[in-house]
Design a protein around this ligand. Structure first.
Ligand code: UDP
Ligand code: MG
Length: 160
């Protein structure tokens, strides 16, 4: 029995989820929001936003040296995105599972990318890859007054 491991699995985390421009253009915003809403995470931020080039570059700065970087920046700035902050126990890894593999053809059916996309360069949604990046990305995409803390009535029906 490893109590510290259990404690870490019980951690409330914040994750930055974004419907990319193809998801907005294809009318998938409601469908994508719905997956996280139904799972039982708490929405703390939501907006439609035209991303400036500088912000896209900062968000994806770890990929700066990749050959696909310029195309990725063009893609993310090609139309409005839907920015979301979600919170919940184990939310970062769980959201990544709901999203599925980076390449939609390898993503499992039932995942967002597995169900709704066919190409890595048009994979409809972003999700933070660690709790640290969740915090970093939420701070990058949202101003403080845009986030909202609230108690969901369903909370006692989600966790005992
Ligand atoms: N991407 C791409 N070509 C690649 C790898 C990634 O166009 O070969 C894009 C894709 O949109 C991906 C994003 O860059 O979602 C960020 O890449 P990452 O490896 O972080 O994938 P993710 O965390 O989004 O699954
Ligand atoms: Mg990533």
């Amino acid at each position: 029995f490893l109590p510290h491991l259990v404690a870490s699995m019980e951690q409330v985390e914040e994750t930055y989820i974004m419907v990319k421009p193809d998801g907005v253009q294809r009318g998938l915003v409601g469908e994508i929001i719905s997956r996280f809403e139904k799972k039982g995470f708490r929405l703390t931020g939501l907006k439609l936003f035209q991303c400036p080039k500088e912000l896209a570059e900062e968000h994806y700065k770890d990929l700066k040296t990749k050959s696909f970087f310029p195309k990725l920046i063009n893609y993310i700035t090609s139309g409005p995105v839907v920015c979301m902050a979600w919170e919940g126990v184990g939310a970062v890894a769980s959201a990544r599972k709901l999203i599925g593999s980076t390449n939609p053809l390898q993503a499992e059916p039932g995942t967002i990318r597995g169900d709704l996309a066919v190409q890595t360069g048009r994979n409809v949604v972003h999700g933070s890859d660690s709790p640290e990046n969740g915090k970093r990305e939420i701070a990058l995409w949202f101003k403080e007054g845009e986030l909202c803390q609230w108690t969901a009535v369903q909370a006692p029906w989600l966790r005992e």
